[in-house]
Design a protein around this ligand. Structure first.
Ligand code: G16
Length: 545
């Protein structure tokens, strides 16, 4: 037994885990532990133990913990762990987190903790550091208090950054670990984040004009106040950026993500009802913790038009690809795009056939996409739901900064690329940073949203959420495009798909909600809707068998 044992035993007794019914376990899902907030106190405490072990294993580097349930309703919350470079927790460690969280008693918890320390050869006397933040959910208070108990019991140094967007916490983790090194990521403060983004935004815009007003729906989440704060850091004499922040009420928890936000827009395929959509206004929506972004406008002639994560991905890949060519770096840097099965087939065709870039498909969850994107010098990854970013390798950043330009045009391209590498959050998808990226690209191209939408035509598609009694019965393969179980379900989906032109459909269990998701696309809107309904009924039936 280590000298932490008594402290863990005592603190664990105050932060008990809620037992699940027999045969059920808590799992580290798409984005950490996420569920009804009243189940999470004990979990948050145990995540503190895990984060301390992880920090000790990594020579005392700071580990991040974010308390958020992002796009989920206000009654939910979640806890996720961030690695030293600001990336999601290494996947091998998810099972250690799961082992701690599912320990059946305080005593068992201490045993699992010590077993892990022994197995992973962790010196429990070494120093450890954790930094954490939370979104605006009221339940966040008690969850960070439970987390802090876990950190205190294990003698872990910690910094509470209070209320943050998820990407801000990721930024702060990386900034903390790189402080004072040649790879310093930015100042270790929320203000440092705003300053970095604002400075890079001015450099990336390079005097171009942003046309009209941008209306930003913040889902009544943490993105509202943080975006307003960020806007104060843009020097008005250098960039004129007219932003109207809407749905930024964080005082009434019940309105969080309610009829607003990126998830609402993407799944309902319409603008939030409030404020009443005005034709022609360039608009975008963030989600509850500001890591997803969807653009849209209501066209006076054709109605609602959405520019989702696939669109942001192809826009960024095309713009950055052109800059790399102008900078004379085309033969030196490998650019690639990473998507999931939810990517619209038309976007994949556009990227492979028109942009001539490789596309790799991974399972859902930015943790998967991020990892694969790191295999490129410039890896563009976005999920269709608007979650994503662009990663630049050290070689790419080095080339932007140190290549000797042969012409003014080449210098301009290199300077813009260097600015983009600072503007784009390299740790995780960040709605505020992604929004600035889109604005920079539209300004450079002098494009409206309509120009952007004209690059290709989306295949009509529909996403449906299906409540089932046991979502864990649905197991997938082939980057989640096919069901392995329950037996027979995939055959029925295949039969349904065959009935429609250019059709594709798949179903999978959500890793953040207690439900399955069904995606369908087809040649026409009616067919896509019909197919989605059919497959949803198949899933409903198998889910209740
Ligand atoms: C999280 C993940 C995303 C994922 C989304 C939905 O987003 O970070 O990568 O796409 O969940 O996942 P699922 O379909 O498994 O529920 P967020 O914004 O909720 O943190």
């Amino acid at each position: 037994m280590s000298d932490h044992d008594e402290a863990i035993l005592a603190a664990s007794a105050r932060r008990p885990i809620v037992p699940l019914e027999k045969g059920k376990f808590y799992t580290y899902g798409t984005a950490g532990f996420r569920m009804k907030a009243d189940l999470l106190e004990g979990i948050s405490f145990r995540v503190g133990l895990l984060a301390s072990l992880r920090s000790r294993k990594l020579n005392g580097q700071a580990i991040g913990v974010m308390v958020t349930a992002s796009h989920n309703p206000a009654v939910d919350n979640g806890v996720k762990i961030v690695d030293p470079l600001g990336e999601m927790l290494e996947q091998d460690w998810e099972r250690y987190a799961t082992a701690l969280v599912n320990a059946t008693s305080d005593q068992h918890l201490v045993e699992v903790y010590n077993l892990l320390a022994a197995e992973l050869k962790i010196d429990l006397t070494a120093s450890a550091k954790v930094v954490y933040g939370r979104d605006t959910r009221p339940s966040g208070h008690k969850l960070v208090a439970a987390l802090a108990d876990g950190l205190t019991a294990t003698k872990t140094e910690f910094v509470d950054f209070k209320i943050l967007t998820t990407p801000q916490l990721h930024y702060l983790v990386r900034a903390t670990n790189s402080e004072g090194t040649p790879l310093a990521y930015g100042k270790v403060s929320e203000v440092g984040y705003y300053e970095k983004l604002a400075e890079a935004f001015v450099r990336a815009i390079r005097g171009r004009k942003i046309t009209g007003t941008l209306q930003v729906d913040c889902a009544n989440g943490v993105g509202g106040p943080k975006l307003s704060e960020f806007l104060k850091h843009i020097p008005k004499d250098k960039v004129s950026f007219d932003v109207k922040v809407v749905n930024d009420d964080v005082l009434r928890p019940e309105v969080l993500n309610l009829d607003s936000g990126a998830d609402f827009v993407k799944t309902k395929q319409r603008a939030p009802p409030n404020p009443k959509p005005q034709p022609g206004v360039r608009s975008c929506s963030l989600d509850g913790d500001a890591d997803r972004l969807i653009y849209y406008w209501v066209d006076p002639e054709t109605g609602f038009v959405m520019l989702d994560g696939d669109r942001i991905s192809s826009l960024a890949a095309s713009f950055i690809g052109d800059l790399v060519e102008s900078a004379g770096l085309k033969d030196d840097l490998r650019i690639g795009v990473v998507q999931t099965a939810y990517a619209n087939g038309a976007s994949t065709n556009y990227i492979t056939q028109h942009l001539k870039l490789p596309v790799i498909c991974t399972p859902t969850g930015v943790k998967h996409l991020h990892h694969v994107a790191q295999g490129f010098d410039i890896g563009v990854y976005f999920e269709a739901n608007g979650h994503g970013t662009v990663l630049f390798s050290p070689d790419a950043i080095n080339a932007f900064k140190n290549k000797e330009p042969q012409s003014p045009a080449q210098k301009d391209a290199l300077d813009t690329l260097a600015a983009l590498a600072d503007l784009i959050n390299q740790t995780v998808g960040d709605a505020i940073s992604d929004m600035l990226l889109v604005e920079v690209i539209l300004a450079h191209k002098s494009w409206t949203l309509r120009d952007w939408a004209l690059t290709y035509a989306d295949l009509p598609n529909r996403l449906v959420r299906v409540e089932v009694s046991d979502k864990d019965r649905f197991k997938t393969t082939d980057a989640e495009r096919r069901l392995l179980s329950p037996d027979g379900a995939q055959d029925e989906i295949d039969q349904a798909v065959k009935k429609y032109k250019d059709a594709r459909s798949f179903a999978r269990a959500s890793g953040t909600e207690n439900a399955c998701r069904v995606y369908a696309e087809a040649a026409t809107r009616t067919e896509a809707n019909e197919l989605a309904d059919r497959v949803a009924r198949i899933i409903e039936r198998y889910g209740t068998l």
